[in-house]
Design a protein around this ligand. Structure first.
Ligand code: Q9C
Ligand code: ZN
Length: 383
């Protein structure tokens, strides 16, 4: 039998350390949509679902190594010291927010050496939604460590699953699932630039760590573990795409909205480069995409690209900003759609780690995230 409870990895630091006061939406100042309450309402919903979930706040310290495999040292140094330097230079205590971003039409003419924090804030951030507050770096670091802790447990769960399949006590239809309930999210963070509420790319750090483990061999070819990324957040994961653009493992796949944030990436023509050519799959969907269209496209993506890749593990960038009432997005997926999405992922039959990204309709956030996870377990939720 596959374990009937899904393990949830989280930490109260995901709620307490990163609480920006505001953001800008279409030119107007508004509350910060990526709010600390998001983690609490998701947790509350999961804990209300009988014994479907097993929550742990155990966080292992993997140190800087796995983070430095994905992010550049100068960027990490910047994130770590930015707030302090900003304050020293007379910046507002609300946090570091870029005023001047080196637009390429300007940068091609000028010098690109950032002399102070005000300049660096533009060099290392691509928009105005990733303010750096006093403890933002600690929060992002903690989220990465929680995700790594979950990734390590994925290895254990997958091994157990393999053994019980061999022993005939379960079938390949019940792969184990785990969930990293973290914030700040990660999929917009590139190797050396933050943005879109994201600072460190939690999923990319976990994926690289799994690939790097010398003792872990792929069931498919005996090489490093093969990882397929399924990015189902409403927005394109420009960060994850950039980090893995020129490698053949992991495979990056994304369903996201066309002509929406982050606007300048996510086209189907971005297919990867060098050894990575063919291992970056973008499927932009029209605004107002519905349950049926979403699930049909997801199933086709899985059949055409994910299964042929022969992954050992699936890592999901779990965003539910695809929800019909999300305040910053535009799809029409309903709460009935999420268990169907989870079920489609279950049918791949491969051990899966879900990692929290976006989703901003706070009233339905728990129900929608829970819907995907319960759907993956072949269960349905209750209110
Ligand atoms: N008109 C994630 O979901 N602002 N990031 C967009 C929309 C930033 C989204 C404005 C949205 C970032 C992880
Ligand atoms: Zn999003």
């Amino acid at each position: 039998m596959a374990p009937s409870r899904m393990k949830v990895f989280t930490s109260t630091l995901c709620t307490t350390l990163h609480t920006p006061a505001f953001e800008f939406l279409s030119g107007s100042e508004t509350h910060f949509f990526e709010s600390p309450d998001r983690r609490d309402v998701i947790l509350k919903y999961l804990e209300s679902q009988g014994d479907a979930f097993e929550v742990t706040e155990r966080v292992e310290d993997f140190g800087a190594g796995p983070i430095e495999r994905v992010h550049k040292q100068d960027f990490l140094d910047y994130l770590k010291t930015a707030y302090e330097e900003w304050i020293q230079e007379g910046g507002h205590p609300n946090g570091v927010l870029p005023g001047t971003i080196p637009h390429y039409k300007v940068a091609r003419l000028g010098k690109l050496k950032a002399a102070n924090c005000l300049a660096k804030s533009g060099e290392y951030c691509f928009d105005m939604s990733a303010v750096i507050t006093k403890d933002t770096f600690k929060a992002a670091w903690n989220a990465a460590q929680v995700t790594l802790t979950a990734a390590k447990d994925l290895v254990r769960a997958a091994d157990e699953y393999e053994k019980s399949v061999e022993a005939g006590s379960t079938t390949r239809e019940n792969p184990p699932g785990l969930y990293a309930l973290v914030r700040p999210p990660g999929h917009h963070a590139q190797s050396d630039i933050c943005g879109g509420y994201c600072y460190l790319n939690n999923l990319a750090i976990a994926a690289q760590w799994l690939i790097d483990q010398p003792d872990l061999k792929s069931n498919a070819d005996g090489g490093p573990k093969r990882i397929a990324i399924l990015d189902i957040d409403f927005h394109h994961g420009n960060g994850t795409q950039e980090i893995f653009y020129s490698v053949a493992n992991p495979l990056y796949t994304s369903l996201h909205s066309v002509d929406d944030y982050p606007y300048f990436t996510g086209s189907a023509l971005e297919k990867g480069e060098g050894e990575g050519l063919g291992f970056n799959i973008n499927i932009p969907l029209v605004q107002a995409t519905t349950n049926d269209d979403y699930v049909e496209t997801l199933d086709k993506l899985i059949q055409d690209h994910v299964i042929p890749f022969k992954p050992d593990y699936i890592l999901v960038s779990l965003g539910v900003d695809t929800y019909k009432d999300d305040p910053i997005a535009g799809f029409l997926v309903t709460s009935e759609g999420y268990p169907r999405i989870g079920n489609s992922i279950r049918k791949i039959g491969v051990p899966t780690l879900f990692i929290q990204e976006g989703g901003y309709c706070i009233e339905k956030l728990g129900l929608n995230v829970g819907g995907i996870l319960l759907g993956y377990m072949g269960k349905t939720g209750s209110l």
